[in-house]
Design a protein around this ligand. Structure first.
Ligand code: KG4
Ligand code: ZN
Length: 334
C-alpha cells in the first residue's frame, strides 16, 4: 500500500503544534511552539491569550513544518486536527485552519480527540497490543481506559474531581514553584523524604480516584504552618504528596490489570513525563508480566505527532469529517 502522510494540527491548550506523520507510526517532522513562558507570568494558561497566540502563529508553524520536512501540500494525503477536548477558543483556531487547508488543497479532513491522541502516541514507539490499558494522566484528565481494539474505548474509571496534573500544579503553587508545576514538584520531591502524614484517597476496590482532598489538605497544611510561623519542609511535602498521589494511580492500575486480561499497559498525557509515575507503574506491570510502553518525552506532552498517529486508523477506516466540523470542550471519548 502507498504511504500515507498525514499533516496533523494540535492547538487545544497552550501549544501550537503541527506534525507530518507517515502511516500512523513514523513522525517525519514535528513543530511545537509553546506559549508556556507567556502564561507562566499569570501562573496558568489564560484562554484568551492562548487563542490569540495560536491565531498569530499557526501559519508560520505550518510553513516551518513543511519546509523542515522538505515537503509541500502535494505530499500530504490528509489533514488531521484536534477538535476536543480543550480550550474552546484554542481548539477553534486549529479546527478552522484545518478546514481551510482541507478545502483549499482538497484533502480529506480527520477529526481527532486529544485523549485518543495521547494514547495513540504509543504507536510512534511500538504498535499497541490489545487488550490494552491506558492510564491517561494530564492537566485535565486522570482516567483508566480499556481498549480491546483500535478505537474501542471503555472508560473503567478515573478521578471524580481534580486531575492529577492540576493537583501537581496547585501543590507547586503553594510551594512557590514556577508554572508549570508538575516537573518542578517532581524535581523537588527527589530531595525530600515522606514525612508529612497525608490522607490516602479512595482506598477501595473501585476504579474511582480523587485528588481534591489531597490538594486541600496540602493547601490547609501550608496555610496553618505559615500562620503559626513554622517553616515548611518543602521537599518533604513535595515527596509526601507525590508518594500519595502516585500510589493511588498504582493501586487503581493494579486493580484493573487484575480484573482484565491486559497485554499492554500504556501511560499517556503530560504527567507520564514523570519518572516516579513511570517507575511505580512499572513495578505493577512487572508483577503481572504486562508490557509497559510510555512514549518519549516529546510525545508525552501536548504535540501534533500524537494526533497524526491517532488519525491514521480513522483514515484507513475512511472516517472523515466535513466542513461542518466544530470544536468541542466535551470530555467524551467517542
Ligand atoms: O497533557 P498535557 O501536556 O496537557 C493537558 O492536556 O493537560 O499535561 C500537562 C500537565 C500539567 O499539569 C503539568 O504540570 C503536568 O502535565 N506535568 C507533570 C510533569 N510534566 C508535566 N506532572 C508531574 N511531573 C512531571 N514531570
Ligand atoms: Zn494533553
Amino acid at each position: 500500500m502507498k504511504d500515507v502522510n498525514i499533516l496533523a494540527i494540535e492547538s487545544s491548550c497552550d501549544e501550537t503544534s503541527m506534525a507530518i506523520v507517515k502511516n500512523g507510526c513514523e513522525c517525519i517532522q514535528l513543530t511545537v511552539l509553546t506559549q508556556m513562558d507567556t502564561h507562566a507570568e499569570f501562573g496558568g494558561v489564560v484562554p484568551e491569550i492562548a487563542s490569540r497566540m495560536h491565531a498569530e502563529n499557526i501559519t508560520m508553524v505550518l510553513e516551518e513544518t513543511l519546509n523542515k520536512a522538505n515537503m509541500t501540500m502535494d505530499d500530504i494525503d490528509a489533514i488531521a486536527v484536534t477538535y476536543a477536548p480543550g480550550l474552546l477558543g484554542s481548539l477553534l483556531v486549529g479546527v478552522e485552519f484545518a478546514k481551510t487547508l482541507s478545502f483549499v488543497y482538497k484533502k480529506p479532513l480527520i477529526a481527532v480527540n486529544h485523549i485518543a491522541g495521547h494514547i495513540y502516541a504509543n504507536n510512534l514507539e511500538q504498535k499497541m497490543v490489545f487488550p490494552l490499558l491506558a492510564l491517561v494522566v494530564s492537566g485535565g484528565h486522570t482516567d483508566l481506559i480499556l481498549m480491546k481494539d483500535d478505537y474501542v474505548f471503555e472508560h473503567l474509571g478515573g478521578t471524580l474531581d481534580d486531575a492529577i496534573g492540576e493537583c501537581y500544579d496547585k501543590v507547586a503553587r503553594v510551594l512557590d514553584l514556577k508554572y508549570p508545576g508538575g516537573p518542578n514538584v517532581e524535581k523537588m520531591a527527589l530531595e525530600g523524604v515522606h514525612s508529612y502524614d497525608l490522607p490516602i484517597p479512595m482506598n477501595d476496590d473501585s476504579f474511582d480516584m480523587s485528588f481534591s482532598g489531597l490538594k486541600s489538605n496540602i493547601i490547609n497544611l501550608v496555610h496553618n504552618e505559615k500562620q503559626r510561623g513554622n517553616e515548611i519542609r518543602k521537599a518533604d511535602l513535595a515527596r509526601s504528596f507525590q508518594d500519595v498521589a502516585v500510589d493511588q494511580l498504582a493501586r487503581k492500575t493494579e486493580l484493573a490489570i487484575k480484573k482484565y486480561n491486559i497485554k499492554n499497559m500504556i501511560i499517556a498525557g503530560g504527567v507520564s513525563a514523570n519518572k516516579y509515575v513511570r517507575n511505580e507503574i512499572k513495578k505493577v506491570t512487572d508483577k503481572y508480566g504486562v508490557l509497559l510502553s510510555v512514549p518519549r518525552m516529546a510525545y508525552c506532552t501536548d504535540n501534533a505527532a500524537m494526533i497524526g498517529a491517532a488519525a491514521y486508523p480513522l483514515y484507513i477506516k475512511g472516517e472523515f469529517a466535513d466542513l461542518h466540523l466544530n470544536a468541542s470542550s466535551s470530555d467524551e471519548l467517542y
